[in-house]
Design a protein around this ligand. Structure first.
Ligand SMILES: [Ca+2]
Ligand SMILES: [Ca+2]
Length: 307
């Protein structure tokens, strides 16, 4: 008796759950995935974006307002401030393209007044933890995903996702290659490279292949350059893309007094007065330009054709 063991090697599609945010493209790998983020987004799942001169980081987890504020401070940012409806709409669109759930804003009510033992207002000076004093009954503001990201009041102790905000600054250490312009946020944990024409990639490390579209015609050879390309054309073709057939008769010389007639990839030299010829024309090495071969056609004509 033999046990028959069937082993299936099946790779799970880690992109099936659409893990990349903000329009990032997911690449499935063995045991994982990676995200290719759009130009103004960055991070493992494209969770950080720059727009309107500021940086925004969208959290994948739900925590209390206080923990959210603390997490943002830890990255040298702060909970997102929304001051007008346009900003709210922009933020809402980006939340919808990331976690898609409700998110805390920085806005909250002032802490409730502190009282002493006899009920009078506390006016002493004591040292507080960061973020304190914050009572469990303080109220905070969130953008409510169940109501088209309108603002809504909630207890600050409830748990929601959050958005951290940070100014976009020039980079202290320039990580961009090939002359890319470097900006950073969240204490340089996120950097953006604005690439010069002809380069792409997170660090402008990729010289875009302008030959990829096969611009050279008629079998021309393409040479990639920075934001440009050049074509080496086969004999008989000219132009930036080898698109034009050579007008041979304008560049070659037939024997003195002979007539040049051009045709596809060749030309012919014809003696207009063949009757005076004593001997048939004999091809010589100088009869045709380099790259062409000579053929005697009649007693008084020969052609040059591309080899
Ligand atoms: Ca996979
Ligand atoms: Ca290039």
């Amino acid at each position: 008796m033999y046990d028959i063991v069937l082993v299936y090697h099946s790779d799970i599609d880690e992109c099936a759950s659409s893990p990349c945010w903000l329009g990032g493209t997911c690449l499935d790998h063995v045991n994982g995935y990676s995200c290719v983020c759009p130009k103004d987004a960055a991070g493992k799942i494209c969770e950080t974006a720059s727009f309107a001169g500021e940086c925004y980081q969208f959290s994948p987890i739900a925590v209390s307002y206080r923990d959210a504020a603390r997490a943002c401070r830890a990255t040298e940012g702060h909970l997102v401030d929304v001051n007008d409806e346009q900003q709210q709409r922009l933020l809402a669109d980006n939340i919808a393209a990331s976690s898609g759930v409700s998110n805390w804003l920085a806005t909250r009510t002032a802490p409730l007044p502190l009282l002493t033992s006899d009920g009078s207002p506390f006016s002493g000076h004591i040292q507080w933890s960061a973020g304190e004093p914050l009572s469990p009954f303080d109220l905070c503001v969130l953008l409510d995903s169940s109501d088209n990201y309108q603002a809504k009041i909630a207890l600050c102790t409830e748990q929601y996702n959050y958005v951290c905000q940070s100014a976009l600054k020039p980079c202290q250490s320039d990580v961009c290659q090939n002359g890319g312009n470097c900006t950073s946020c969240f204490n340089e944990t996120t950097t953006f490279c604005d690439c010069p024409d002809g380069f792409e990639g997170n660090f402008c490390e990729t010289n875009i292949d302008e030959c990829a579209s096969n611009p050279c015609q008629h079998g021309g050879t393409c040479q990639d350059d920075v934001n440009s390309y050049s074509c080496s054309c086969p004999t008989g073709f000219i132009g930036d893309n080898c698109e034009s057939e050579m007008d041979w008769c304008s560049v070659v010389q037939c024997p003195f007094g002979w007539i040049c007639q051009v045709s596809t990839s060749s030309f012919q030299c014809v003696d207009p007065a063949p009757i005076t010829r004593e001997f048939p024309y004999q091809c010589r090495s100088a009869s045709c330009p380099d790259g062409m071969y000579c053929t005697e056609e009649t007693i008084a004509s020969f052609s040059c054709r591309v080899e």
